[in-house]
Write a protein that binds this ligand. Sequence first.
Ligand SMILES: [Zn+2]
Ligand SMILES: [Zn+2]
Length: 282
Amino acid sequence: MNHSFNLHTHSYFCDGKEAPEEYVKKAIDLGFHTLGFSSHAPVPFKNKFAIREERLTSYFSTVRDLRNKYRKKINLLLSLEIDFIPGITKDFAEFEKEGDLDYTIGGIHLIRKKGIEDLWFIDGPLQERYDEGLHKLFNGHGRNGAEAYYSQLHEMVATQKPDIIAHFDKIKMHNKERYFSEEESWYKDRVWKTLKFIASETNCIMEVNTRGLYKKRADTYFPSPEILEQVHHLKIPVTLNSDAHHPEELNKYFPEAMAMIKDIGFKELVYFEGKTRKEQPI
Ligand SMILES: [Zn+2]
Ligand SMILES: [Zn+2]
């Protein structure tokens, strides 16, 4: 069966490229039954990626209007991809209430180290920016940086309870095995510990995110197939998203990802109908 939904997309309300309606039209062309909008939630400092606070209500109403307009053709969902930076960002529950969101996506893009004002931006197109932040916050020490990433993610999952965890091992993207290796035992242990916590203490869904591959910033999915085998073993539910920033990216690498997901042994993907979780057999 073709993969026919996407819960992780960015329009021109944040750092995406087109109006939300363009994504709806493309999703209908692709035969999707469900499309979720998940602009980056506002953060309380100057940045180029998130929705501005004053545009938030307009984002909410735009998606709701589209939901009504297209309700006979496609199931449209309202969400936000929310950053978690301890002591800086708002609680996910506040955004959830404000927008009456169907689900939340939690993602770590900026790492905070106590006592240092600058944040480490681990995402975006520039490897130099990653390197600069790692040096500034952790003296270029890859293990300390990666440990900080996973402990911030762990804290996000424990305290904010997002429905979906975005790009679980994003920290690897600009590292490219330079500052730490994903093969080292401390790294594998840290990942395993985080996954075990997710499986036993939360209801979170793990997304398989194809963006690193089609943007050629990573040579595999977020998370890697090795991690997804553990996700499967621990019975953590999964979904498949492309993290599209353009309508043309709505189904990028979906056939390849579906084959990989099935090969690992997953039998269904999770999506939403309104606020209700649904399972799509694969
Ligand atoms: Zn993200
Ligand atoms: Zn995203």
